[in-house]
Design a protein around this ligand. Sequence first.
Ligand SMILES: [Zn+2]
Ligand SMILES: [Zn+2]
Length: 244
Amino acid sequence: MKVTVLGKWGAYPEADGATAGYLYEQDGFHLLVDCGSGVLAQLQKYINVNDLDAVVLSHTHQDHMADIGPLHYASLIQHSLGHRDTVLPVYTAPVDVEKISSIADTPWMDVIEYNPQSELNVGPFTMLFSETEHPVPCQAIRLSAGGTNVGYTADTSWLDKWPTFFKGVDLLIAECSFYDGQDSKVAGHLTSTECGQLARECEAGELILTHLPHFGEHDTLLEEAKAQFDGRVLLAQTGQVWEK
Ligand SMILES: [Zn+2]
Ligand SMILES: [Zn+2]
């Protein structure tokens, strides 16, 4: 499985960057998980937009879905040019279907409801969901393909179920919105220390810190997570590739 980080920022993208978006590839299938601000432009550095096979959304905060509108226009234009003949499916939780449909449910994009209680199979990928603690409904995702497992926290504060839900993942992509000692819970996010603790407790192979804050020194986040977890820890970067 190949994972390409398209955006590392929480909230809004800084210059030339993007917020949440992760491209997963397996057996020639291209799955985008989250489609935040700036993600569509970044995606096209790595694949032709017509090669995108499906999108899955964790929740409808703008830093995770702002580019669904532009992606819809891309699909419309590419259909009208005769470059795309398949409808792009966008999978979203039941609670978000109406909101996403108002933007994207057209002849060029198909909004499909997933059941967070069930396994979702999309191409070669299998996904399991778990509701996070966040100001709006949000789903963490455990994604598997070809014997490789990747955990994505989406946006959440610490919950005791996380080490079990993400048990044994080869890679944990954890949102790291705050530094050690800050009150992350009130905003529904994780600190660097909690990310490291989670990676240790779920026995992750590697940890990528993402959804990074617009303050402080990100290297400090890295040091704080490393103090909790002996495995490899990386700060998310646009274009970073992880493969197993
Ligand atoms: Zn977010
Ligand atoms: Zn959010």
